[in-house]
Write a protein that binds this ligand. Structure first.
Ligand code: 3HC
Ligand code: NAI
Length: 698
């Protein structure tokens, strides 16, 4: 069947794009469109272009990029030129999404009708490219330069109403989309005029009068676009729209697209795009497995995590009961939730009545029995095994049969917790990241006895509450924190050997993380890790190197931002870390006492010492079967730890560095620094076989 079908509504031809699941504008759809336009009956007076299925079009078929052989003709610009050049008016009927090449296609038509609730935008920048089918040339001509710059550089999708206000959409359909679009097509045919965006020029006048706006815009994105090329290339293309004739601008855009699509930034971002979708596939789950419906939820413990977890359900419109043992703790927890919402309202990002609606979905209680009817209960009490067991025994007693019993533990054994219940198959870990209402990662931790249905339920739940769910297995720290531990330890050793926290943090920041390990520690609070280290002191292997600098800092009551001092100093009310000479003296003294002669450590060595052991640990995790596939680990690090998305995640990045190089360094450090650095057998095997992590799959 052709990817484009044509039907007649009187004098109007309706062309239907049909390339599931998202009407990606791959070769079949492009040639289908070109053929349909060329083959139109001469009696046709106007054309409506509409998408079958879920949406108008999500744009170019991303899988076609860098394909060999290259995708066939016509290219998207040729298809759009044929539509735009048509003497017969062409109307786009948009439902669902018109994104990227999909919106560019619509911009090439003469009139756009959108169904309420549909979304449009040019998200190419999020894939490391510029719009490559005229988006950067037509959008500014339609809505003005500044509005176009904002949309193209952010890559965000906007709703139909906002698009109508900006002028991207001409009409939001009241009733049936196709009917409204056919009516518009008839009207335009009767008027006998077509408006081609390429010929519009008025909206560019303002930018021509203030050409400095581009430099100002570039200066404003220094932080958000740090390390990246595509956002700047987007600005260059819009600037070309303003300064050059249309065809020349279009050529410039195309050349920019072609050079970016082959570059590492785009390859990494496309990897991240597909990795996020792949991580929802659990190979051992039978196809017919269905998750249970989560209509109501409950959270036990309304502290730092519990409150944030509850907000996720309320945000998704799911009623949630929150339980504390004491009224005072409950009130304080709910007050924190309210304050968090209030801050969002004060920043203009949430309507006040929406805040009230969400708060009304959260019910507090001091009776555990009140969670009895919930479809899922998430435990978020103190990190103590005995307490967790006590809570799960009680939950087993009060929860309805079929409820999912989940724990938010960050370090404890999910299987040991499950074992105290009479229904371990319903028990699973749901490891949220702090702040739980913000961070998108949800590490779902399967116990040995978690049922397929339980797993499917929490994976579905992640999507429902706007998280990226990644399934992992039980081990100390699960996947993310187990790797983080390697990185934090080496950062600690590096300062003992001669670096300072500010140097390590700068190297990690320049690599693309939002902050380095020391600034991160100060933000999260140093006391948490200190208590865990004290508790586990007896288990620490005496033959392994240990740096006590972090402990010495905590002994001084310096717990980070919350005490105004940690690895850095903080002025009152400020979150800006200021290097502290006292800490430098403390570190130098610690080196001396440990008998380490301090040396200048090059930035490159700092990066490698922090990142390679992290990758090495991931290889061990994969070998132990605790993560399903390397790209899942990339998703964990992008969404849980701020690993720069434009580097694709640690595993993708490691492949680009070369595993042989990483192994060689690990072998050398293993000789020099001892056991911590022992290379992972999987890393050795991959290098022996000349393969990368990407070859592993699930
Ligand atoms: N190309 C190829 N595959 C695509 C695709 C695309 N543009 N967009 C989505 N898909 C695939 C997904 O990988 C997924 O495949 P899977 O089922 O095998 O995992 C399937 O379509 C469904 O996608 P989602 O799960 O993401 O569906 P949602 O309903 O959650 O989201 C969406 C829909 C918002 C459209 C989202 O898919 C999306 O953001 N897609 C990408 C949009 C985009 O970036 N477009 C620009 C492409 S580049 C371009 O157009 C260049 C041009 O300027 C020349
Ligand atoms: P917290 O100390 O802020 O909150 C725990 C809450 O549980 C307190 O309000 C306490 O009153 C309540 N509580 C204790 N016993 C209870 C009981 N029997 N019934 C009901 N409520 C009870 O702790 P936080 O940080 O929220 O951690 C909770 C869990 O989440 C822990 O398992 C922790 O390891 C995990 N976690 C914490 C993260 C963090 O960054 N804080 C990140 C990811 C997981």
């Amino acid at each position: 069947m052709s990817a484009v079908t044509s039907e007649r509504h009187g004098p109007v031809a309706v062309l239907r794009m049909n390339n599931p699941p998202v009407n990606g504008l791959g070769a079949p759809l492009r040639s289908g469109l070109a053929d349909a336009i060329a083959g139109l009956d001469p009696a046709v007076e106007a054309i409506v272009l509409i998408g079958e299925g879920r949406m108008y079009s999500a744009g170019a078929d991303i899988r076609e990029f860098n394909s060999t052989p290259p995708p066939g003709t016509p290219d998207l610009n040729q298809v759009i030129a044929a539509l735009e050049g048509s003497e017969r008016p062409v109307v786009s009927a948009i439902h669902g999404v018109a994104a990227g090449g999909g919106l560019e296609l619509a911009l090439g038509t003469h009139y756009r009708v959108a169904a309420p609730g549909s979304r449009v935008g040019l998200p190419e920048v999020t894939l490391g490219i510029v719009p490559g089918a005229g988006g950067t040339q037509r959008l500014p001509r339609l809505i003005g330069t500044e509005a176009a710059l904002e949309l193209i550089v952010s890559g965000r999708l906007i709703g139909a109403d906002q698009a109508r206000e900006l002028g991207i959409i001409d009409e939001v359909a009241d009733g049936d989309l196709l009917e409204a679009s056919v009516a518009a097509a008839r009207r335009l045919a009767a008027d006998g005029t077509v408006r081609r965006v390429r010929d519009c020029d008025d909206a560019l006048a303002a930018a021509r009068a203030t050409p400095e706006l581009f430099e100002t815009f570039r200066a404003g994105m220094a932080r958000s676009a740090r390390g990246r090329n595509a956002p700047y290339a987007c600005v260059d293309c819009v600037e070309a729209a303003v300064n050059r004739p249309f065809d020349e601008g279009l050529r410039f855009e195309r050349e920019t697209f072609v050079s970016l699509v082959a570059a590492p930034e785009s390859r990494s971002l496309r990897h991240a795009f597909f990795a996020e979708r792949e991580c929802g596939r659990i190979p051992d789950l039978p196809r017919e497995t269905r998750g249970r419906t989560i209509g109501t939820a409950a959270v036990v413990g309304c502290g730092t995590m519990g409150g944030g977890i509850a907000m996720n359900f309320a945000n998704a419109g799911i009623p949630v009961t929150v339980v504390e043992t004491e009224r005072a703790a409950l009130d304080a927890g709910l007050e924190r939730v309210r304050n968090t919402y209030a801050t969002t309202v004060s920043r203009g990002r949430l309507a006040a009545d929406e805040m009230e609606r969400r708060m009304s979905l959260i019910t507090g209680s001091t009776e555990l029995a009140d969670v009895g009817s919930a479809d899922i209960v998430i435990e978020a009490v103190f990190e103590e095994m005995e307490l967790k067991k006590e809570v799960f025994r009680a939950l087993d007693g009060v929860c309805r049969s079929g409820a999912i019993l989940a724990t938010n533990t960050s370090t404890l054994d999910v299987d040991e917790i499950a074992a105290v219940t009479g229904r371990p198959e319903d028990v699973i870990g749901t490891h949220f990241f702090s702040p739980a209402n913000v961070m998108r990662l949800l590490e779902n931790v399967r116990g040995v006895r978690s049922s397929h249905e339980t797993i499917a339920t929490v994976m579905d739940m992640a999507r429902t509450i706007g998280k990226v769910g990644v399934l992992v297995g039980v081990c100390d720290g699960f996947v993310g924190n187990r790797m983080l531990h390697q990185y934090g330890r080496e950062a600690g050793f590096l300062i003992e050997e001669g670096a300072l926290p500010q140097q390590v943090d700068r190297v990690i920041y320049d690599f693309g993380f939002p902050m380095g390990p020391f600034a991160m520690g100060d933000l999260a609070g140093l006391d948490v890790g200190w208590r865990i280290r004290q508790r586990k002191r007896a288990e620490r292997p005496s033959n392994m190197r240990y740096s006590d600098v972090a402990d010495r800092i905590c002994e001084q009551g310096r717990f980070g931002q919350k005490t105004g001092a940690g690895w850095y100093r903080y002025e009152t009310g400020s979150r800006v870390p200021v290097p502290d000479p006292d800490i430098e003296r403390l570190i130098v003294a610690a080196s001396q006492q440990a008998g380490i002669e301090r040396r200048d450590i090059p930035d490159g060595e700092i990066l490698e010492r922090c990142m390679y052991p992290l990758v090495n640990e991931a290889a061990k995790i994969l070998e132990e079967g605790l993560a399903i596939r390397p790209s899942d680990i990339d998703v964990i690090w992008i969404h849980g730890y701020g690993f720069p998305r434009w580097r694709g995640g640690p595993m993708f990045w490691a492949d680009s560095v070369g595993l042989d190089r990483i192994l060689e360094a690990m072998q050398r450090w293993h000789r020099e620094h001892g056991e911590w650095m022992r290379p992972a057998p999987l890393l050795e095997r991959l290098v022996r076989e000349g393969r990368g992590f990407a070859s592993l799959g699930a």
